[in-house]
Design a protein around this ligand. Structure first.
Ligand SMILES: NC(=O)c1ccc[n+]([C@@H]2O[C@H](COP(=O)([O-])OP(=O)(O)OC[C@H]3O[C@@H](n4cnc5c(N)ncnc54)[C@H](O)[C@@H]3O)[C@@H](O)[C@H]2O)c1
Length: 260
């Protein structure tokens, strides 16, 4: 019996790099998992793979920026598994990053879409899952933000600004619903390597590797294992926090490739 046996968790962006790793890890620890993602990613495929391995899972197609679709996702989760204990609010419009830009250059369309998905979408998921969690006796919400929430980027604007808003959203959930048994925490990942990010230029990956204080870069399991812990009862006193999972990036006083 795994530590999350009997718990039901929704992972938004569940078919993506970090999300799919988290779904597998949560299922492996006994949770019933709702893989929630946009139709193009075919979230049911991962759910079917999990079911074929003996786990409980459901795939749900959802655009988190559409309130009716978010409500339908919550209904589908409750219909399938009876309750919701955990929400990993992990979806983000990562496809926009290549069109993000300097504050003076980024288009209004990109800025608005980043807000629609990353901030409004995360808020909608919280808004509709919290009453269900309270009915069930409480729950744990974990948002995937980024180290871009606490440090500004020299090239991109909307990504970091929206990621900072997500951390404030989680603190707000903790402040407003903590007494009713809802915990909300934020994970700030550094560079996490999965099939899509593995395609980043080697020089970029090497630069980050040089400047973390670990031998290797992070993997989806680096995030998923923390999500699993935050969903577990062991984390019952962990509330409203931002937790960096970045291999210690920024603990160095000087960039490792600095020349004097
Ligand atoms: N990989 C990294 O290095 C890294 C670092 C810091 C933060 N993050 C954050 O981690 C999370 C997961 O990113 P990833 O690296 O796995 O990238 P990813 O692109 O694989 O995952 C993002 C997922 O969100 C989904 N999504 C996008 N718009 C959506 C919408 N409107 N409704 C529902 N789902 C939607 C995508 O389909 C995708 O599956 C994101 O929030 C990202 O910002 C990633």
């Amino acid at each position: 019996m795994g530590p999350l046996e009997g718990k039901v968790a929704i992972v938004t962006g569940g078919a993506g790099g970090i999300g799919s790793g988290t779904c597998r890890l949560l299922a492996g620890q006994g949770a019933s998992v709702v893989v929630a993602d946009i139709p193009d990613t075919k979230p049911s495929q991962l759910a079917e793979e999990l079911v074929a391995s003996g786990h409980q899972a459901l795939g749900v197609e959802v655009d988190i920026s559409d309130e009716a679709q978010v409500e339908a996702m919550i209904r589908a989760a409750v219909h399938a598994f009876g309750r919701i204990d955990g929400l990993h609010a992990n979806a983000a419009a990562t496809y926009l990053v290549q069109n993000d830009g300097l504050l003076s250059d980024v288009s209004r369309a990109v800025f608005e879409e980043a807000f629609q998905v990353n901030v409004l979408g995360t808020w909608l998921c919280c808004k509709h899952v919290i009453p269900v969690m309270i009915d069930g006796g409480g729950g744990s919400i974990v948002a995937t933000s980024s180290i871009a929430a606490t440090h500004a980027d020299v090239e991109r604007t909307s990504y970091g600004v929206t990621k900072a808003a997500i951390a404030q959203l989680m603190r707000t959930v903790a402040a407003q619903f903590g007494k009713q048994g809802i915990r909300a925490n934020t994970i700030l990942p550094g560079l996490i390597i999965h099939p899509a990010t593995a395609l980043l230029p080697d020089e970029y990956k090497q630069l980050i590797l040089d400047n973390v204080a670990t031998p290797r870069l992070g993997t989806p399991e680096s995030i998923g294992s923390l999500v699993a812990y935050l969903f577990s009862d062991d984390a019952r006193f962990l509330q409203g926090q931002e937790i960096r999972v970045d291999g210690g990036q920024y603990v160095l006083t000087t960039p490792r490739d600095a020349s004097y």
